[in-house]
Design a protein around this ligand. Structure first.
Ligand code: BMX
Length: 303
């Protein structure tokens, strides 16, 4: 893969666990942006209808390149699966790639949201010019993507990069993936909210926990520290496995003010050989949008 930036022209969608964002690019820049909440229960047709509404608001014509980043895995047949079945309850092997082309035109491509963000950051963001770049999003879930030596790492089942489903900390919290004690079950925005239910009641959110954390409430400090410790351990393990020069962190939790400082504190007590450089996503919330359109434009140029 060539990681020289190109001039992005077209439209991109970032279909996440909590929000669907869409943006129109002109001359490499976002010129308009729209966002709606995600419905966890929608089937493929309902989810595509929501995407279609956003695209209509952006004036998408069906002829320009369209890049779609989605939470969940995409296999080599273009089928879309939620790995965490609680995030998207009705997305279980549905033919996303084919339906996108049928509905939005031939120049439409899809990929996982964290893979898209990894690509976006490697080409346009914090990872520019760096050999082995990892991206971790700490948002509704915890996802990851890797651009090693300029190549996005993929696998036919689409599971590669799903680092939120690794186990590192020895917890016994169940995860919607069917595993127990995953990083996602401890560190994600969803997990942070669930950990506060006893104090804040049902419907507790990560955002509310962070507000109490800023006020110095002990219980909130404990929850946020636990998440950051888990993400730090994950970053160190990934550097050890893959030789990462940099881990870029994004997502609403990953980019919350002060969060990465705690992650870095945990990394700094590791032996020097294992410490890894950690930076926030330079493209902020837009990394998956840049990467999704980049992916589509390169694929249509190369085929
Ligand atoms: C989950 C998984 C990943 C995704 C990551 C971040 C599902 C539905 N999603 O680990 O595919 O990359 O979350 O996504 O299994 P988000 O939903 O937090 O934006």
């Amino acid at each position: 893969m060539n990681t020289e930036p190109i001039r992005l022209e077209g439209t991109a969608v970032d279909f996440g666990g909590s929000k669907i964002a869409a943006a129109r690019f002109e001359h490499g820049r976002i010129i308009s942006h729209r966002q709606v909440p995600t419905s966890a229960s929608g089937d493929l047709d309902a989810q595509l209808a929501a995407v279609g509404d956003l695209l209509a608001e952006l004036g998408y014509s069906g002829t320009q390149p369209l890049g779609v980043a989605v939470t969940g895995r995409l296999d080599s047949d273009g089928r879309w699966w939620a790995v965490n079945a609680q995030t998207l309850e009705a997305i279980n092997g549905v033919p996303l790639a084919a339906k996108l082309i049928e509905r939005f035109g031939r120049s439409t491509r899809a990929l996982n949201d964290a893979d898209a963000a990894a690509l976006g950051e490697a080409v346009y963001g914090a990872g520019r010019g760096i050999g082995n770049v990892g991206f971790i999003t700490v948002s509704t879930g915890v996802g990851g993507g890797f651009v090693l030596g300029g190549r996005l790492v993929t696998s036919s089942d689409g599971l590669t990069g799903h680092v939120g489903f690794m186990t590192t900390g020895g917890s016994d919290i169940p995860c919607g993936s069917g595993r127990v004690g995953t990083v996602e079950a401890v560190a994600s925005g969803g997990a942070i909210g669930r950990a506060a239910v006893d104090v804040l009641g049902p419907g507790a959110t990560a955002r509310a926990v962070f507000e109490h954390w800023r006020d110095g409430k002990d219980w909130a400090v404990e929850i946020v520290q636990r998440s950051a410790a888990e993400i730090a351990r994950l970053c160190v393990n990934l550097k050890t496995a893959l030789g990462l020069d940099l881990v870029v962190v994004g997502g609403s939790v990953g980019l919350a003010a002060g969060y990465l400082d705690i992650v870095r504190d945990y990394v700094s007590v590791e032996p020097p050989l294992f410490r890894v450089n950690i930076k926030p996503a330079a493209l902020g919330r837009d990394s998956p949008l840049f990467g999704a359109l980049e992916h589509t434009m390169r694929e249509s140029r190369d085929t």
